[in-house]
Design a protein around this ligand. Sequence first.
Ligand code: EPU
Length: 342
Amino acid sequence: MSTLNTLSHDVSLQKLNTFGIDARATLFLPIVDVAQLRAVRDDVSLSTTPRLIVGGGSNLVLSDHIDALVLHMCLRGKALTAEDEDFYYVTAAAGENWHAFVTWTLGQGWAGLENLSLIPGTVGAAPIQNIGAYGVEIQDVFHRLEAFDFETGDVVVMDKADCAFAYRDSIFKQQYRDRRVILNVTFALPKRWMPKLAYADVEKWLLQAGVQAPTATDVSEAIIAIRQAKLPDPQVIGNAGSFFKNPVVTAAARNDLQQRFPALVSYLQPTGDYKLAAGWLIEQAGWKGRQLGTVGVYEKQALVLVNRGNATGADVRALAERIRSDVKKQFAVELEVEPNFY
Ligand code: EPU
């Protein structure tokens, strides 16, 4: 079938995951058209083969051998699709690079995505873990998306409620994992924009740069500078961003910890619970800058695990387990991994 003629066998995924793990896929198909997804569904053999959907591969930890059909989302295109009194509605295809898309919206004079500057990955991957940084999550600017459903064969439109967004989570990490494939995402970017400067780091950077009334581009520049100072560039050092979620604990548990560890870093949540800085817990457990085999803990941000050369998925899991176990021993707090494991 012509729509499947780019299907290939035994393909290296090393350049398709930012951790740089040298995994190989049994079957690999670059997706440039929704017709290919239909063809996969209609194919007797492919329809029953396990699937792995890959965008920018920036939130993935792969095993050495991926015995599955890897669908690499390469759909392209971005445009202003509608506007009303309050919003510009901007749509981008799943395969667009996230940061390039953010930069393009800012260049068009549409603000709203600036706090999410420089996050690695693609537009189609962004809703899956509800990407977030510096006080903004994708759910704050999300309008709707279109996805292909492998079970029904339909293209479905999903609004914010359908996506069940939560902290670094959505329905695409849960019941629709590998079943619904995001094709494009539409963002509602506000016409009456206000900068979101709740993060002390951002305010401090702008103050030091002498910026009085920041534009969205100023905020984007601040965030790029802050990220570059703290986080490793995946083009240079393999990594998958924050490796653990910041754990949420009850007020009682947090107060107890605070008594024992007065320097504990925690943030009150609207629910009355507290989010703890996992980076702080890992640093206190002695792991910041340390290494176990081929995988290390980044020296400037303990929440980021880095590939120190030829790391395998098993090496990454081993270090993650050691860290989880040490943090649990010291603080009785369970760390939950953030990336998807395959
Ligand atoms: N901290 C330490 N030691 C460390 C790292 C952090 O003590 O090695 C403490 C510091 O007190 C620091 C606080 O933790 O002030 C928070 O650190 P940071 O501002 O770097 O943010 P984070 O909580 O570690 C989260 C997100 C990041 C996002 C930043 C900024 C998660 C899992 N991570 O990190 O998202 O960029 O906030 O908003 O929520 C990602 O998800 O991949 C990611 C990079």
